[in-house]
Design a protein around this ligand. Sequence first.
Ligand SMILES: [Cu+2]
Length: 264
Amino acid sequence: MVSICLIIGGIWIGNNVNLLPIVASSNAPVYDELFKVLFTIGTILFVGMTGLVIYSLIKFRSKPGELEDGIAIEGNLSLEILWTAVPAIVILFVGLYSYDIYDRMGGMQPLEVHHHEQHLMKGSERIWGGIGSSSTIEASNQFTAALPIELTAMQFAFIFHYPKGDITSGELHVPIDQPVNLTMESKDVIHAFWVPEFRLKQDVIPGQPTILSFTPTRIGRYPIICAELCGPYHGGMRATVVVEKTEDYQQWFNQNAKLIDIEA
Ligand SMILES: [Cu+2]
């Protein structure tokens, strides 16, 4: 009875207590699904264990005048099997489920699939060149519509570059519902590009380009935060992503573009 209440209560809390920021990208709901499951499991374990400890403290407290030692207990096979099996099952489930979510967010797509589209990326030929299998080409078709943007991270700033239009900006402007391919490279140390509202975080590594693909789904301004301790001003390494209506984005683009006539 108590454990049923505990499980139902845990599920209710996991689904109704929202600790996460606004949902602003297409993979945020997928991430939140995993978070709800983890929060439910965490709540059940925390409340259950704390409750058991408090119950035992009260129930098994020594009575006044009781001065002898407690009973010597050694080994309990069924209990040991239980406390090994339960965490093993929980951890295995969480591991497999996280893997599935990571896969659904596109985390398992090989880098070269994205790179195939990044003709403008300097150095990409050298590192990832020579890929052209039919599966790669097929897979890359879904990225043809993606907007390519290059990110350069350095101590202590994020700089965005739009190859089409040759725009360099300290703010990341993206149109709503448009897939974006962000190619990231660091000039010095490891940084991390993090947008909590997108539920996305990706390391930016010197000498090793990384790619982040996402689709913003909500108009607004969201913080970009460096999430890798990168030096004394790491805490100030922030930028903004501006998700706007396609017309507004186009207007911003036209105002800033240097080479509008390239493949426009
Ligand atoms: Cu940084």
